[in-house]
Design a protein around this ligand. Structure first.
Ligand code: MG
Ligand code: MG
Ligand code: MG
Length: 304
């Protein structure tokens, strides 16, 4: 039987990695031959989670061959997916993002909900299908939910995310608050990253009306600490803009304890940002903004 690959988006986050591993377990229990893989280096938070629960890091792939069967989690946009996705055979998508730039040649299973995390969608599917949730699945899904909802502080959080997390915490025998805080803090350890890596940890590419832009995000417990590197960060951003022919790059520094963000915006279309925020020294402070998906990205998109 041909192997099916399951993976999340490029610049993987904890939801992307954990949801892929959980789907591998579910699908293989049903007799398929599925392997969870990743499209980039895992971040410090995900590394903490996989170490903590003693789970192997999925294999890295760079492209897929024509006709390769794949399942997508935590994304659908082709420009956030693997190289070669246009000619792959997508059999399943489980996601919690808007559907954009997506089409297939054949029927598929597509499940998406406007909830805080892909793992919550998987949890709901498990309930509907009477699927047994193993301890390992619970540990990974719980981690994904904590990550995507910033311990339920993100406005993307829904009652389903909380309910799923509470049920999963029982199976995993984990204290959500203490484990969650340690896990999120592990992801704020940015010192070892070069500026070039920093702007790529969680960068997502978007396109609208011919405007190509990236919104990147890092989590921190001190915005000030990251801003000490502003000059070098800007150099890295400008290089990225040039190499990728971007019109705009928004680097978002999110304070996960106080739930605010500071952005650094560069490119020939910063006018899009300035319709909402006055930039000073290429920066703006965004009170109460922590979610790219629900707050920052829609605001940018409506101005393009
Ligand atoms: Mg994600
Ligand atoms: Mg997600
Ligand atoms: Mg995220």
């Amino acid at each position: 039987m041909d192997k099916i690959l399951v993976f999340g988006h490029k610049n993987p986050d904890t939801d992307t990695i954990c949801s892929a591993i959980v789907m591998e377990e579910i699908q293989n229990k049903m007799g398929l031959n599925v392997e969870a893989v990743r499209l980039g280096e895992i971040n410090k938070e995900t590394e903490y989670v996989l170490n903590y629960f003693n789970v192997k890091v999925p294999r890295l792939i760079e492209k897929v061959d024509e006709g390769q069967e794949v399942m997508l989690v935590d994304h659908n946009e082709f420009n956030q997916s693997v190289d070669g996705i246009e000619n792959a055979k997508i059999t399943m998508v489980i996601d919690h993002h808007k559907i954009n730039n997506f089409s297939t040649k054949e029927p598929l299973m597509y499940y998406a909900e406007p909830i805080g995390c892909t793992a919550t969608a998987i949890y709901k599917l498990c309930i509907v299908n009477n699927e047994e949730i193993s301890k390992k699945m619970a540990e990974l899904m719980l981690s994904a939910i904590i990550s995507d909802t910033l311990l339920f502080k993100s406005p993307t959080t829904t009652p389903w995310d909380k309910k799923a997390a509470e049920e999963l915490a029982k199976i995993a025998e984990i204290d959500i608050e203490s484990f969650g805080l340690e896990m999120l803090k592990a992801g704020t350890n940015l010192d070892e990253y070069s500026e070039e890596q920093l702007i790529n940890i969680d960068a997502k590419k978007f396109e609208k009306n011919g405007v190509n832009y990236i919104i990147a995000q890092v989590n921190t417990v001190s915005i000030e600490d990251v801003l000490k590197r502003q000059q070098e960060i800007e150099k890295a951003i400008n290089k990225c803009i040039e190499e990728n022919k971007l019109d705009l790059f928004i680097f978002t520094i999110t304070d996960i304890l106080n739930c605010n963000s500071e952005i650094i915006a560069l490119g020939n279309r910063i006018d899009i940002v300035e319709k909402e925020y006055k930039l000073e020294n290429n920066r703006a402070y965004l009170e109460g903004v922590v979610s790219r998906k629900k707050q920052l990205a829609p605001m940018i998109e409506k101005n393009i």
